[in-house]
Design a protein around this ligand. Structure first.
Ligand code: DQQ
Length: 536
């Protein structure tokens, strides 16, 4: 349907057709990045889940490969659900995934490549005696899924963790194994948080508190902290916390109990779920994938014949400045898509005005913007704690201001990405919120349009800054070098192709803004079938 093709993106990964959800088992092998994903071959809605498979040399351009794992055994006949890959020291690769059995019980299964010398890892073998794990006593048969990548302990045994819940307490179980066939359940949970509900797609990995490289999953030591992430089934949000891992009993304790998993930080404050990292041994970095779900109706998805995308892969590191969060940043390979660039220095945006940025087409962009505030009175006090307000129309003394992306000339459709500073004087501290307002992003009916955002730390030596990747119907926004991230899924009807423009706006009442920007047009990525495969 040509009418709907503009909603497809140019450099975000998505299958050619039908439904996709969680990223699964990402890994790097013999020069290729592999991405697997929850995939329904038959329809643009969830169901009949398989592991779709694609490979890339650079995490940007992709080749679709044949399905890697099909639901064809009693132990996964109702779905080959999420799981992770582990690279073993002898070069072998194992995958553990959740199978939904013929009885609708969630079990863990083992699979491995048929031929390790095949860089494309086309063929996968399921272990003959699957499942390797069934729900243990006290754990519901529908609350036991999404095994992590394994890490190795001081006793040379591997550990994995699997999300679950008991009553409303979200938790993660730890198992030890030497062969990925026989497993022993720990007495302790890795961690548990009351009232957070089922933990899906748990991710657990070390980050370096001093270095700038990513760490392989088994690394422990004095300059290492551990990130624990859970995807909360109740709210469909990816929450994480930073803490300390105790290898002696496989437990993890958050640095700040008030910002524990599920009650503190989110990886992304927008439309984002079921994320997963892997250690990229080729570039010594930890790379994060996340699923961008649709916010239109299932009927619309069936009509357009496909649903959902993956984010641009992001590196994730410990924030050495705040020491209390991670920072995420698009992998450097995205810069290979850059075409012509535009620079704007100190553009003044007066209180209550909009300034167009003349850059030509504005559907595929990489935008860097820095903002300075000029107070219009000697003392200006913003209201406290108003966060994102009711959206970008909600004016206050010190915000909102920022950019309008995917906007038409009449401003009949627009998506503001903005800062809002809640109070400032010479002697008081201020709180800054970083937000995206989807409420005017589309004239289409039956599209959910929300205001997303969070507080973001701005250190005294920092300017307010954002980076924004625009890709037709996706806007990925990073504040303060990636300290806060918001992914938006928008469905413009007017602001499409050449009609999509970019503007600066300042809807604050008591400040003028000076904005400096560097903007690149981005090329499209090649995302297409591998030549021999005609089944897709
Ligand atoms: N999606 C998978 C599950 C996982 C959920 C099923 C998260 O394994 O818990 O498609 O989106």
């Amino acid at each position: 349907n040509a009418m709907l093709s503009w909603q497809r993106t140019a450099f975000h990964f998505q299958p050619q057709r039908n439904w996709m959800n969680d990223p699964n088992g990402p890994l790097y092998h013999m020069g290729w990045y592999h991405l697997f994903y929850q995939y329904n071959r038959d329809s643009a809605v969830w169901g009949n889940i398989t592991w779709g498979h694609a490979v890339s040399r650079d995490l940007i351009h992709w080749l679709y490969l044949p399905i890697a794992l099909l639901p064809d055994m009693w132990y996964d006949i109702n779905g080959v659900w999420s799981g992770s890959a582990t690279l073993l020291p002898d070069g072998k690769i194992v995958i553990l995934y959740t199978g939904d059995t013929d009885q609708h019980v969630q079990v863990q299964n083992l699979a491995y490549p048929a031929n390790l010398s095949d860089p494309l890892l086309l063929d996968w073998v399921k272990y003959a005696n699957n499942p390797v794990l069934v729900p243990p006593p006290g754990i519901g048969s529908k609350d036991f899924r999404d095994p992590t990548t394994a890490w190795i302990g001081p006793d040379e045994k591997w550990r994995i963790t699997i999300g679950s819940k008991v009553n409303k307490t979200g938790l993660s179980l730890v198992y030890k194994t030497e062969d990925f066939i026989h497993f022993e359940l720990n007495h302790h949970y890795l961690h548990a948080v009351p009232e957070t509900g089922m933990w899906e797609c748990v991710d657990f990995y070390p980050v370096s508190t001093h270095g700038s490289n990513g760490l392989d999953t088994s690394v422990i030591g004095p300059e290492v902290k551990h990130v624990l992430k859970a995807s909360l089934d109740d709210t469909k949000e990816d929450h994480y916390a930073i803490g300390t891992y105790f290898a002696e009993n496989d437990t993890w304790v958050p640095d700040n109990p008030n910002e524990d998993v599920g009650i503190g930080l989110k990886l992304d404050y927008g439309r984002y779920y079921a994320s997963k990292t892997f250690y990229d041994q080729h570039k010594m970095r930890r790379v994060l994938w996340g699923w961008i779900n649709e916010s239109d109706t299932e009927i619309a998805d069936l009509k357009k014949g496909w649903a959902s995308l993956q984010t641009i892969p992001r590196t994730v590191v410990f924030d050495k400045k705040t020491r209390s969060n991670v920072v995420q940043w698009p992998v450097e390979e995205v810069e290979s898509l850059r075409l012509s660039s535009f620079e704007f220095e100190g553009v003044e945006v007066k209180a209550g005005t909009v300034v167009p940025l003349d850059i030509g087409p504005a559907t595929q962009l990489d935008i860097f913007a820095e903002f300075e505030m000029e107070l219009l009175a000697s003392e200006v006090i913003g209201k406290d704690n108003e966060g994102c307000g009711g959206g970008a129309v909600d004016r206050s003394a010190l915000g909102p201001f920022g950019i309008l992306a995917i906007a038409d000339d009449q401003l009949s459709e627009l998506t503001p990405i903005y800062f809002r500073v809640s109070s400032t004087t010479n002697n008081s501290t201020s709180t800054t919120s970083f937000c995206v307002d989807e409420t005017r992003s589309s004239k289409a009916p039956d599209v959910s349009k929300l205001v997303f955002g969070s507080k973001v730390k701005v250190l005294s030596d920092e300017k307010l800054s954002m980076r924004v990747l625009v890709d037709h119907s996706i806007i990925e926004s990073f504040a303060q070098g990636g300290r806060a991230v918001i992914t938006s899924r928008v469905y413009p009807t007017e602001a499409i192709y050449g009609a999509a423009k970019l503007f600066l706006f300042n809807n604050a009442t008591d400040i003028n803004i000076k904005a400096s920007l560097k903007i690149w047009q981005l090329n499209s990525a090649f995302i297409r079938p591998f030549p021999f495969d005609h089944s897709l």
